[in-house]
Design a protein around this ligand. Structure first.
Ligand SMILES: Cc1cc2nc3c(=O)[nH]c(=O)nc-3n(C[C@H](O)[C@H](O)[C@H](O)COP(=O)(O)O)c2cc1C
Length: 185
């Protein structure tokens, strides 16, 4: 049985072409996130975004990334920061599923990007302290999840040599037997 195309074709590029994303497309990414499942339907995710043409704002996002990610994410059409609210609204109890659920919503963004002809590349490589400060996020209330670079996959030759090599290498995964206990093929 085939894996759904939208899942099978999703990947995390580093080379992006210079295209502008329109506001409807951006909105549809966050609309996809809205429909992710979450514990108690808490929807603990909160997003920040900047389009490349919003130059000052886009720079703010870029500056929060580690240099390794800056070198390729600078070509994305859109940068997103995803955060997770640490507590449930109900009784303000700790929500130990907040990051899990935000990750699920981020996956929906990645799939919707693919649906629109874009790709989304998530990044854990960012400077946390700088991000909390730059975005004026209260660390006691929200945990930083990931940055996400969205764009149309481009020509790998724009990349430095080491990144070009990764871009052109086949994507790898563990075997299904390694990730599912007792899987019989
Ligand atoms: C939470 C998270 C953090 C990641 N951090 C980075 C990162 O900092 N830099 C990077 O180049 N890729 C990062 N990635 C992308 C992964 O390396 C990529 O998803 C993985 O190699 C599988 O490749 P694929 O998405 O093309 O299938 C991250 C992905 C996730 C989900």
């Amino acid at each position: 049985m085939e894996t759904a195309e939208i899942i099978a074709n999703r990947w995390s590029p580093r080379a992006f072409t210079e295209v502008k994303m329109n506001r409807d497309e951006v909105r549809s990414l966050f609309e996809a996130a809205r429909w992710a499942p979450s514990s108690m339907n808490e929807q603990p995710w909160k997003y920040y975004y900047a389009l490349r043409e919003d130059s000052g704002e886009f720079e703010k996002f870029l500056d929060c990334l580690v240099p390794f990610n800056q070198q390729w994410a600078k070509n994305a059409s859109l940068l997103i920061l995803s955060t997770a609210r640490r507590h449930f609204v109900y009784k303000n109890k700790p929500n130990r599923h907040a990051m899990h659920d935000t990750g699920a919503a981020n996956s929906f963004i990645c799939l919707q990007a693919n649906e629109l002809g874009y790709q989304a590349h998530q990044m854990g490589g960012f400077k946390a302290g700088e991000t909390y400060r730059a975005f004026k996020i209260d660390e006691n209330e929200y945990e930083l999840a990931s940055f996400i670079a969205v764009g149309k996959p481009g020509d790998p030759s724009i990349l430095p040599e080491d990144l070009k090599k990764s871009e052109l290498s086949p994507r790898e995964r563990k075997n299904i037997e390694e990730i599912v206990d007792g899987m019989i093929v």
